[in-house]
Design a protein around this ligand. Sequence first.
Ligand SMILES: [Zn+2]
Ligand SMILES: [Zn+2]
Length: 341
Amino acid sequence: MRTFFESLLIVVLASPSAFAATNKPLAVYFIDVEGGQATLFISPSRQSMLVDTGWPDHNGRDARRILAAVHDAGLHQIDYLVITHYHEDHVGGVPQLAALIPIRNFIDHGRPVQTDALTKKLYEAYIKARSKGHHILARPGMRIPVRGMNVVVLTAAGSLIGQPLAGGGEQNPYCPAKTQPAADRSENAQSVGVLVSDGRFRLIDLGDLPSWPGEYNLMCPTNRVGQVEVYVTTQHAYAESGASFLVDAVQPIVVIADNGAHKGGDPEALRRVDDLPGLKGFWDLHYAFSADKKLNTKAPFIANLAATPDHGYWIKLKAYPTGVFTVINQRNGMTRNYQPR
Ligand SMILES: [Zn+2]
Ligand SMILES: [Zn+2]
C-alpha cells in the first residue's frame, strides 16, 4: 500500500501544471526580416532576448513582425536586446521597435568601426533608444544574464573567447593548411556572436562574422565551441561566411538559414549546408533566388517562397534540456521533432 506521501507525489507529478512547470521549453522565433536578422529567444523562465531588429523604414514592417512574435509568446517587453553590429539589416529596426515595446537591456560591441554617413546615422538613432535602457558592453567569455537559459558571448569587436567552452577544445580537422588575409574589415567583423544553450541543447549565432578572420580564429586550429544542435547561418548564408571549418566542425543537426529572397543564400554557402553529413533538417526563412532549386531546401521547410513583398512567416523552434527539439514552419504548420545525438 502507498503511504500518504507517495500518493501525494503521484498526484503532483501527474498533474499537468506540475508537468508544465518543469518542462517549459526554450522557444526561438526566427523572424522573417527580408534578409536581415531578428531572432527572438524566450527562456523557460519567460525572459526574452532578441538578437537584432531587422531593417528600418517599410512603415515599421520588421518591428511589427518582431512584436507579433513577442505577443505570440505571451510577453510584452524585450528583456535583452543584442545588437550584433551596426549594419542596417540588424540595427535599423531599433527606433521603430523601441516605440512599440519596452526594451530593458541593450548589448552591443561598442562604437562602430565604419565612419560612413549611414552607419553614423544608424548608430545615433540606436544610442538614442539605448539611453532609455541599461547598456551592457559585450565581451567574449561573458554571460548575458537571461534567466533560465545560458548565453555566452563568443565574439565581439573583433575579439574572441580565449578558452574553449565545455565540449570544445579539440583539434579541428576541417582547418585549411593555408590562412587567408581578412577580406571584410567592415562592421561584420565586429559581430557579437553567441552560443545559447539549455542543458544538452546548443545553438550558435555569429551575426555577420566573416570567415576570415572571424570564424577562422574561433575555430582553428582548435574548435573552441564543440558541437551544436542548431547552426543559424552566419551572414545570411553569403559565401564569405559559414566556412567548412565552422559548419563541418560544429556538426549541426539542424540548420536555419536567414537569407532573403535576393539577399544571401549564395549557392556555395547552401552547398556547404547540403553536404553536411550529420544534417537532419535544413530550414530557410526564404527561398533563395540566387541559388537553384536543388541547392535550396525543399519547399515545405521554407517559410516564405515568393519574392518580396511576402507574408513574413517565421520559423519557430522549441528545445528541451534533454536536447530534444521541434521546428515548426508558420506558413504550413510543417513540424519535425529532432533527437539529440
Ligand atoms: Zn546582415
Ligand atoms: Zn552586416
